[in-house]
Design a protein around this ligand. Structure first.
Ligand SMILES: [Zn+2]
Length: 149
């Protein structure tokens, strides 16, 4: 087991959760409630034991429906997960809020009735790196003196 850590964009909310070294299983949720709550076409979730998540700063909770609530940061707005109010010992953490999201792999889809299939396989579309976009680099350098990417 190792500790996997993560948190919100501004750093106010942080968490860690123990995880087996070979546990890379995650999934994409396409349901309309997750789309609305995150503003995303789909949201990548990692299911964990709710009782094993240690919040170094407790998140804010959005009461998103009669059956569920969602942790987030009221300062920066980052969506951090999903939890049923009752009946499950598990909760979800957003894959991209982990410090090392690259280890996780999508193993299934949920909420398939709301899936926007045009966004599933984007392989082959033109690609551009942030560090190859000079206008963005110039904005960063003008504002801060350097480019963080
Ligand atoms: Zn924050």
């Amino acid at each position: 087991m190792s500790e996997m850590s993560g948190g919100c964009a501004c750093g106010r909310v942080r968490y860690s959760v123990p995880m087996a070294a070979d546990d890379d299983e995650a999934y994409l949720c396409h349901c309309r409630m997750c789309q609305r709550a995150t503003g995303s076409i789909s949201i990548a979730f990692k299911s964990v034991k709710a009782g094993e998540v240690r919040w170094t700063h407790e998140p804010d909770w959005y009461d998103s429906s009669p059956i569920a609530r969602r942790p987030y940061c009221r300062n920066c707005g980052t969506s951090l997960g999903f939890q049923f109010k009752e009946g499950s010992e598990n909760m979800d953490l957003t894959v991209a809020s982990f410090d090392e999201p690259g280890r996780f792999k999508p193993k299934h889809h949920f909420g398939a009735e709301s899936m926007h299939r045009a966004w599933l396989n984007t392989e082959g579309l033109p690609e551009q790196r942030t560090d190859g976009y000079q206008k963005l680099i110039d904005k960063w350098v003008d504002a801060t003196g350097s480019f963080p990417g």
